[in-house]
Design a protein around this ligand. Structure first.
Ligand SMILES: NC(=O)c1ccc[n+]([C@@H]2O[C@H](COP(=O)([O-])OP(=O)(O)OC[C@H]3O[C@@H](n4cnc5c(N)ncnc54)[C@H](O)[C@@H]3O)[C@@H](O)[C@H]2O)c1
Length: 439
């Protein structure tokens, strides 16, 4: 018997316009990567939407379609890109500047990349301190700036011929701010936009413009943006999906692999020291204490949530957890992340684990951007609105409903993601109980 979909999913016909705020290392690696895959020059390694399968039914049924054959996703050929940045370089020049992908590959993609010229940005030095660029919108009240972004979105929709749009923040990390009164409701927020309230960040102006234009919004950086009641309210009101925050790559990805493993065996942790060196523009921005604070908050929360010291005080009550990021220009985008983990086993005997991850930040982040864009478009067509917790898999600090702690364990996150896809298509959820095989 064919399964009956639980939600009505509109087809992925026509073009999907991908609007990216910030066109630096991650964005150019993502766009160039899609163009390279389209031309058969490389494989989309790291992308679930392109490579992963989803098991359906019992293990004996042998049904494991690719995710992209199971749910209707936009095809890579149907993606069209637009971006904003404070620098004027086109995507080809920006990719060369970022220094992630090699020139011979970029040269083969030169034409489509050169065609992407960043629109002038809404920018505020109070929120990102270390960089200065000329490609800015004229000064004005924050509501006027939102209006200018909405006009950009309207024009992009028209010129690209896209039938649907998705926006994702891949811009610099903004200075740490807690939610304020102006974020408490949509009414307060709109009033704050009119008065140019200093607590409203540029990324929140982009998010407001997106949602008001009927465009889903994903946040790849650790700052607040849509993780505020006012914007959640707007997303729900406009029936739009939102998600965030902070792509889970590099060191936190490793942390969320190792920590659930240690906990699953009831091994204790007394200390976890994490330090990074990186030399790209992201590293330069994170060298500012305000931006680092946003990142630190996001990185610290994962371990505590996974280990649950309140349930396991003997094992995790006093974990000494430290995270450091050091800007070290010679490394460029090739980050090095060290972890020293002090653990203890049977009768409290101590042991150590050392991880030295020589990673490439943007190479890890690009497939996440692709998956998020395609899944947010799917969610939009499936009528799913508000916070998309099933996309926690991609984030260091996943957004959740108020009062709910986020799920950080990557394997639970993956199960949640795949079960959501099964649920959409009316397939049975997989619980891994499996007693029926032994009746
Ligand atoms: N690469 C990773 O693994 C990873 C992981 C998690 C989060 N992130 C986050 O993703 C974001 C992008 O990272 P990246 O390495 O590409 O950084 P990057 O510095 O190379 O690119 C960011 C770009 O955003 C632009 N920008 C800043 N403020 C802007 C604004 N208001 N409007 C438009 N453009 C603006 C900058 O000019 C810059 O070109 C950062 O916030 C980073 O913290 C990256």
């Amino acid at each position: 018997m064919l399964a009956q979909d639980n939600v009505r999913i509109l087809p992925a016909g026509g073009k999907l316009g991908v609007l990216v705020a910030g066109m630096g290392a991650v964005t150019t690696t993502f766009i160039a990567g899609v163009e390279a895959v389209k031309r058969g020059l490389a494989k989309p390694v790291g992308s679930l939407t392109q490579l992963s399968t989803v098991r359906l039914g019992k293990r004996t049924e042998g049904r494991s379609p690719r995710i992209k054959d199971f749910v209707p996703l936009a095809a890579l050929e149907d993606l069209t890109f637009g971006a904003w940045d404070i620098f004027e370089e086109n995507a080809y020049e920006a990719a060369l500047h970022a220094g992630v992908l090699e020139r011979p590959l970029l040269d083969q993609l030169r034409a489509p990349l050169e065609a992407i010229r960043p629109m002038p940005a809404v920018f505020d030095h109070e929120y990102v301190k270390r960089i200065h660029g000329p490609n800015l919108k004229p000064k004005g009240a924050k509501m006027e700036q939102a209006g200018m972004l909405m006009e950009d979105i309207r024009k992009f929709r028209e010129s690209s011929g896209a039938s649907r749009l998705v926006m994702i923040w891949c811009g610099s990390t903004e200075v740490f701010h807690k939610p304020a009164e102006v974020h408490a409701s949509l009414q307060n927020f709109e009033c704050g936009l009119k008065n140019s309230d200093p607590e409203i960040s540029p990324s929140q102006i982009y998010a407001y413009a997106a949602l008001q234009s009927g465009v889903p919004y994903a946040n790849g950086a650790p700052h607040l943006t849509v993780d505020a009641p006012a914007l959640v309210e707007l997303a729900r009101e406009r029936n739009l999906p939102i998600c965030g925050k902070d792509f889970k790559t590099g060191q936190t990805f490793m942390k969320t692999l190792v920590a659930p493993g240690l906990k699953s065996r009831m091994l204790g942790v007394s200390g976890w020291f994490s330090t990074n060196i990186l030399g790209n523009r992201d590293g330069e921005v994170l060298d500012d204490p305000g931006s680092f604070k946003s990142k630190e908050e996001s990185k610290l929360s994962a371990l505590e949530q996974i280990l649950q010291p309140e349930l396991y005080p003997d094992l995790y009550k006093d974990v000494y957890h430290k995270v450091r990021i050091n800007y070290y220009p010679p490394r460029g985008d090739a980050k090095e992340g060290w972890d020293n983990i002090d653990i203890f086993g049977w009768l409290g005997y101590p042991m150590q684990i050392k991880i030295d991850f020589l990673c490439r930040d943007s190479i890890l982040a690009a497939p996440l951007v692709l998956d998020l864009v395609l899944f947010m478009d799917l969610a939009q067509r499936a009528g799913m609105r508000g916070v998309q917790e099933w996309l926690s898999f991609y984030f260091k600090a996943p957004m959740t409903a108020p009062g709910l702690y986020p799920e950080h364990d990557i394997f639970i996150q993956l199960m949640k993601l795949k079960n959501t896809l099964r649920w959409m298509r009316g397939e049975s959820l997989i619980t891994h109980l499996g007693l029926e095989y032994y009746d």
